[in-house]
Write a protein that binds this ligand. Structure first.
Ligand code: NOJ
Length: 754
């Protein structure tokens, strides 16, 4: 074939493709994105796919990071050329309208078929306006606020050219050594499922009509929250029953909420890496949950199957993944390098490839990118939406709602408005960039307000003196700052010590084997307490910590986690009583490392704990009880629970059981209370936990007022995977328990009959 002919044919093809794509772009009357399930869309996808070469199809199944940020061990050079050649259909770690437009132009103008790119990013708790880390938000138990947080994140991310977030992480975890607990919703399956749904809805909304929503990706499927010994990426070993009862439900909730993508996890499940696990990806995800979106791997998850000892080489790994149901290869370039050969060798069918490509193109259609590939590149929106006053206010409100008051002896908090002086001490008191926490998108520490900044403003307004001394670093053994810290404590009415972990100590690849306060921080607090000045400890951390000494000796403790951009003002609001804390822990705080894993819904065992008998399930050198249980958190108000009322004590599989409890605010202050309902199935065909959360309501009560909180339970709420793996309730006795946390519960027995 001579060159001139080649040029002519390629010119003719070009005109043909441009007309075809233009037909897609202009054939629709409105600018609304297409419903991927609509018939017309399916035909359009057929037409596009009929034009695609195998290489181009594999390109759609390939996702690369740009060099704007690295969230994994590898970076690939030359991604612009990959786009041009149709070798990659999606990018991540690229954002801003300017940059995404520039890359989208390469795809739309320079690639043979002009298929637009999808831009993904880890928008975990905000894009620029950073909200509290997800575990902190979960402590609010406020589903509407959590949904709104995801919605604001989507609004800002979409205004910066992004279409797709790698969130929410819906991994249940009972393992505080694991650094990634900060990204989840804690240890409970029921609450975790509701939060998964809220987050998916927040990110995706109803539709993509206004280009202000983004595709959610529930991750990391599955079991990633249970790594042995808490080490990230480690082996997971759980029974199918535990998987289905405890770890799967948040995925189900996310799929039911319409999540359009799922990310596979790095770990193995039942000896097979999740990235090639047909039971997870086909039996459960596609067949049982009916998931219709696309499946992406985690970062080089396919390649890692060689290290797992499951794939012989990369080519084999790619075949195992795609044949198990993976649609998109994140960063591994395995599909890009080997998949064509696998198809040619008949180890992978073109039908399998087509199914994956179709799902990915459906997502692009749903986003409206075939109508306008730049609809998420609106520089005007980018300027007005990001850091809008409303977003900052929402972040501050979410931050206040996420702070857990763990201790408040002698009603030390809230601080009186009229004070003489406050000593503000600790390495996190003025650490702006630390406020963001891990996985903070494009967040910038400079935009955060530290506790020192917030209190300096209050000091000027309220007329108290703020004596700030850092005292020590987060890590290391240098104590020379203690002298000034102690002096400040002696000269002040009260000490506020802001201590904790650095943000780098949590998140991915950040497991810790010691969960006490790092460095010499606890030593410093001991010296501060010794001055006799009341010490209020404000904790900033990504996971439960072991802090028994502080729990005993500090006057008050606020668990502030990492609260994001508005951390300082939110903490100030709680310290001074402008906001009455209402959050409750969603992960148990252990007393010691030896208690881990520790969680509220354990099994009774054959020899349950009895302090008076050696031969029971317990430790010789410490209690079984945690430092702070699941569901625990104080308020500046106090609440009284009357005896619960149950209409009848026997109910059938078709009935519902109505339970109510009167709660009274017995304090002078208006406050919020999270009323919790737990059940215990006393005898089952398989053993059941000693309690399981089955309902809650967050109520606001003015001083002295009361409210009747109603719950309704049906047999469906009591279902579990029975001995023969059927999901159903079994007749028999149940305890119904109500209270302010998982330990302080009143109980009544009821009988479920056939
Ligand atoms: C690896 C992490 O496990 C995952 O959560 C994240 O979304 C990807 N890297 C992309 O950054």
């Amino acid at each position: 074939m001579n060159n001139e002919y080649r040029m002519n044919t390629s010119f003719i093809y070009r005109i043909f493709y441009v007309s075809l794509i233009s037909f897609f772009l202009f054939s629709c009357k409105t600018q609304k994105p297409a419903d991927p399930l609509a018939k017309g869309v399916s035909q359009k996808i057929d037409s596009i796919m009929s034009l695609m070469t195998l290489d181009e199809k594999i390109g759609q199944m390939t996702l690369f990071t740009t060099d704007w940020g690295s969230t994994g061990p590898t970076i690939r050079e030359g991604y612009q050329d990959d786009i041009r050649q149709g070798r990659c259909g999606a990018l991540f770690n690229s954002h801003t309208t300017a940059f995404t437009r520039q890359l989208q132009e390469i795809a739309v103008k320079e690639s043979r078929l002009h298929i637009p790119l999808i831009f993904g990013y880890d928008v975990i708790h905000g894009y620029k306006t950073i909200f509290p880390m997800p575990l902190a938000e979960s402590c609010s138990w406020d589903l509407a606020a959590i949904e709104n947080s995801a919605s604001v994140a989507a609004d800002e991310a979409s205004a910066a050219g992004l279409h797709w977030t790698y969130a929410p992480m819906v991994d249940i975890s009972r393992e505080p050594r694991w650094g990634r607990v900060m990204e989840g919703a804690g240890e409970d399956t029921y609450l975790g499922s509701l939060i998964a749904r809220a987050r998916v809805r927040g990110f995706q909304g109803e539709n993509f009509d206004h280009a202000d929503k983004i595709i959610a990706c529930i991750k990391h499927y599955a079991g990633y929250g249970a790594p042995i010994a808490g080490k990230d990426y480690n082996t997971v070993d759980m029974s199918e029953r535990v998987f289905r009862d405890t770890y799967l439900p948040p995925y189900k909730a996310g799929v039911e909420a319409g999540a359009m993508s799922v990310m596979t996890s790095f770990n193995e499940y039942d000896g097979i890496p999740a990235t090639a696990n047909k039971f997870l990806l086909q039996t459960v995800l596609r067949n049982e949950l009916g998931f219709k979106g696309f499946v992406v791997t985690d970062y080089t998850g396919i390649n890692e199957m060689v290290n797992h000892g499951y794939a012989r080489d990369l080519s084999h790994a790619g075949e195992l993944a795609v044949n198990a149901g993976v649609d998109m290869d994140m960063q591994g370039a395995v599909f890009e390098q080997y998949l064509k050969n696998s198809v040619e060798g008949a180890r992978v069918t073109e039908k399998t490839i087509d199914a994956s490509v179709r799902r990915i193109l459906e997502a692009k259609f749903a986003l409206g990118l075939f109508k306008d590939p730049y609809r998420y590149c609106n520089a005007e929106r980018e300027k007005t939406v990001i850091f809008s006053a409303a977003n900052l206010e929402a972040a501050r409100d979410m931050a206040r709602k996420s702070i857990v008051l763990l201790k408040n002896e002698k009603s030390t908090l809230p601080l009186p408005k009229k004070m003489h002086s406050i000593a503000l001490v600790g390495p996190l008191a003025d650490a702006k960039s630390q406020m963001l926490g891990a996985w903070s998108g494009a967040g910038d520490g400079e935009s955060c307000i530290s506790v020192k900044e917030a209190l300096t403003e209050r000091a000027a307004k309220n007329g108290f003196k703020l004596n700030y001394v850092k005292g020590c670093e987060i890590e290391g053994d240098v104590t020379k700052g203690f002298t000034n810290a102690v002096m400040a404590a002696r000269n002040s009415d009260v000490v506020i010590a802001v201590v904790g972990e650095s943000k780098e100590m949590s998140g991915e690849a950040s497991a810790r084997s010691d969960l006490s306060l790092p460095g010499v921080q606890e030593q410093m607090i001991k010296e501060l307490v010794a001055t006799g000045t009341p010490v209020i400890v404000v904790l900033m951390n990504g996971r439960p910590l072991t802090i028994p000494w502080i729990a005993e000796h500090a006057r008050a403790i606020l668990e502030a986690w990492w609260l994001g951009t508005e951390a300082g003002p939110a903490i100030g609001d709680v310290l001074f009583g402008d906001y009455n804390p209402s959050a409750k822990l969603t992960m148990t705080f252990p007393r010691s490392m030896g208690q881990i894993p520790i969680y509220y819904n354990y099994k009774n065992t054959g020899r349950p704990y009895d302090p008076n008998s050696k031969w029971t399930s317990k430790y010789l050198d410490g209690p079984n009880a945690p430092l702070y249980p699941f569901g625990y958190g104080m308020s500046y108000s106090t609440f009284k629970y009357d005896s619960m009322q149950i209409a009848r004590t026997e109910f059938s599989m078709k009935d519902s059981l109505l339970i109510s409890v009167k709660v009274t605010n017995t304090s002078e202050k208006e406050g919020e209370e999270i009323v919790q309902l737990y059940v215990r199935d006393l005898v089952g065909s398989v053993t059941r936990p000693v309690k399981e959360l089955k309902g809650f309501e967050k109520i606001k009560l003015p001083s002295g007022q009361q409210k009747i909180v109603n719950f309704k339970l049906t047999a469906k709420d009591l279902a579990f995977y029975t001995a023969d793996m059927k999901f159903e309730a079994e007749p028999g006795k149940f305890w119904i328990m109500i209270g302010p946390d998982s330990e302080h519960l009143q109980k009544r027995e009821v009988n479920l009959i056939k």
